[in-house]
Design a protein around this ligand. Structure first.
Ligand SMILES: C[S@@+](CC[C@H](N)C(=O)[O-])C[C@H]1O[C@@H](n2cnc3c(N)ncnc32)[C@H](O)[C@@H]1O
Length: 258
């Protein structure tokens, strides 16, 4: 597994996971054969997420890890394992309110998620929020109001829901924070792509910069550290990965082979 990661990103992952209490936990989880049902993670995108998390550590960026759209916890558990001492996690899903899951993207199951979380990330401070992201006031959740370090947006896949999730997350992003949006290039969920395009075209306060795209994700970062994150990605991605492409006047690192 380590060699596989290293071949993907061009260097050992030891340095990337070695700064938290259970340094092997993310790699162990990712290499586990006990697969958790879900769609947010795969061996191609995981090294990028670990790399960005490690760069946040180097930059001293701290805050809450947050996922919108949990399903059974495939990505949420990685986020839980990336939490450092003193950091919190918040996981938001409709869970038993599936009648509001209008695009039928997954089906959150609170019992299964709790079992998976207890098995893979015991003792991690995680707050589980049951609700519709359109109605939840993110700022009323203290762990989010304290500042979001790393967010994975993968809840409702319609344009207005994704825009809602993006703007509400952006508003609470910690300095140096990152937002990863799933299904950016999924032809079955074009609302996600539409929302990302609208968000970047509007660029209301220009706080965030698109830094990377590919493997079905778009990564946005606080502009303050955007160049550092991109440099970290470029230093590890080997051709044919890592090309720079222009997107809404942002220089974006291409995560796909090109
Ligand atoms: C694609 S799945 C999430 C997959 C998960 N991130 C993973 O890594 O496997 C989408 C999830 O979003 C939830 N969801 C859909 N619309 C939502 C909304 N408006 N607010 C909160 N959760 C929502 C669904 O219940 C479902 O569990």
């Amino acid at each position: 597994m380590r060699r596989f990661f290293a071949s993907l990103i061009g260097r050992s992952i030891d340095g990337l996971v070695g700064m938290r209490d259970k340094r092997d936990a993310p790699a162990k989880y990712l290499s586990s054969t006990a697969k958790i049902e879900g769609w947010g993670l795969n061996f191609e995108i995981a090294p990028t997420l670990l790399l960005l998390d490690a760069e946040q550590y180097r930059l001293g960026v701290t805050g809450t890890l947050f996922e919108i759209g949990v399903h059974h916890g495939q990505t949420a558990i990685l986020l839980a394992l990336l939490a450092r001492r003193g950091e919190q996690c918040v996981f938001l899903d409709l869970f038993d309110q599936q009648e509001e899951n209008v695009d039928n993207s997954g089906r959150g199951d609170l019992r299964i998620f709790k079992e998976n979380l207890a098995k893979w990330a015991p003792g991690v401070a995680a707050e589980i929020v049951v609700g519709n992201s359109l109605k939840v006031d993110f700022a009323s959740i203290p762990a989010l109001a304290a500042g979001i370090r790393f967010a994975h947006i993968d809840g409702g896949h319609l344009r207005d829901v994704v825009l809602n999730d993006l703007y509400k997350t952006e508003a609470l992003l910690a300095p140096g924070g990152l937002i990863v949006i799933d299904d950016f290039m999924h032809s079955g969920f074009l609302g996600v792509n539409e929302a990302c395009n609208q968000y970047l075209a509007e660029a209301r306060d220009e706080r965030l910069s698109a830094i990377a795209a590919g493997k079905n994700k778009l990564v946005l970062a606080d502009r303050v550290h955007a160049d550092r994150y991109k440099a970290a990605l470029r230093s590890t991605l080997k051709p044919p990965f890592g090309k720079t492409v222009e997107f809404y006047e942002h220089s974006v690192v291409c995560l796909d082979a090109h």
